[in-house]
Design a protein around this ligand. Sequence first.
Ligand code: ATP
Length: 328
Amino acid sequence: MVIGLGIESTAHTFGAAIVNDKGKILSNVNKTFTTEKGGMNPSDVAKHHRKYADEIILRALSEAKIKEKNLDFITFSQGPGLPPSLVVGKEKAKELASKLQIPLVGSNHICAHLEIGKLLTKTKDPVFVFVSGANTQIIAYESERYRIFGETLDVGMGNALDKFGRDINLGFPAGPKIEELAKKGKYIELPYIVKGMDLSFSGIVTYAIQSHKKGIGKEDLCYSLQETCFSMLTEVAERALAHCNKKEVLLIGGVAANKRLCEMLDKMCKQRKAKFYSAPLKHCGDHAAMIAWQGMLQFKSDKNFLDLDEIDILPKWRIDEVEVSWIK
Ligand code: ATP
C-alpha cells in the first residue's frame, strides 16, 4: 500500500493529512487563521502557519497511526496562493522529504479541489463548476489538460455575495443569509452579464446595492441576485457540457452549499440527460486531504519528482498549466 502525507498552506489554512492509494483519508488536520476584525495580513498568516506547522504534522501522523518511516512521499500545495503562506508549506515539506529521503511532489491547489471532488462523488469525467469565495471557473478535462471554459472577469461568486451582504449589513459570510432571505423574495430585473463564456459579477452587485439604497427590499434583491448570478453560471456550465459532450456536472467550492444553485444545475443536467453532483460540503473548503490525494495521483503516475535544491513555490500557477499525467 502506498501512503503519502500532504501539506496545505495556500492561504488562511495550514493543514496536514495522510491518504493511502485506495483513496482512504487516514487523517486530515487543519488549522485556520482567523482575526477578530479586519482582513488577513499575509505575514501574520505565515507566522500562524509557522507556529502550528510541526504540531499539525505530528497530529496528522498520530491520528492516522502512521510512522514517518512508513511514508512513501510528501506533497505540498505549490500554488496558486499567497507567497508567504506557500513558503511555509514548502519549507516543511522539503524538511521532511529530505530527512526521510523520500520523493517530494508539488500539487496544484485548484487541481486538488477537482480531484478530491471526483474521488468523493465517484464521478469520472465531469464539467466542474468551481465557485468559492475568490474563484469562479467552469473547468473540464480535454486533450490532456484541465481547461478553463469560462471564468469570472472580476470577483468570485462568493466574494460578490459577501460584498453585497456587507453593504446591506448582513454580516460575513453573507452567502447563507442571502439564501435564507431569498426564500421570501420576488424577482426584479438585474443586469445579466455573460461575455462569451466568461462572467462578470461586480456590476450586478453595484446595481443591487444602489437598488437597495433606492428602497428595494432585501428579500427581493437577495432572490434576484441569486436567480441572476446562478442562471449565468448554469448557462455557461450548460454550454461547456454541450461543447465537451460530457455527461456529468460536479459543483465544488463553498457556494456549493446553496440549494438553489444545486437545484438550477440539477434541472439543467436532467434536461440534457446528464447527472448533477455536488461535493460534500466538509470537503469544499481548503484542507490538506485534497492535497495529499492530488499528490498520490501524481506520485503513482509521474516519476518526475521535485529536486529538493531547486523546488520553489508557484503563486500564480493556473490549472490549465498543469500537466495532467494521471488521467489516461
Ligand atoms: P477561496 O478558496 O476561493 O480563497 P474561500 O476559502 O473563502 O475562498 P470557500 O470556503 O470555498 O471559499 O467558500 C466561502 C464562500 O462561500 C463565501 O463567500 C460564502 O459567502 C459562500 N457561501 C457559503 N455558504 C453559502 C450559501 N449557502 N449560499 C451562497 N454562498 C455561500
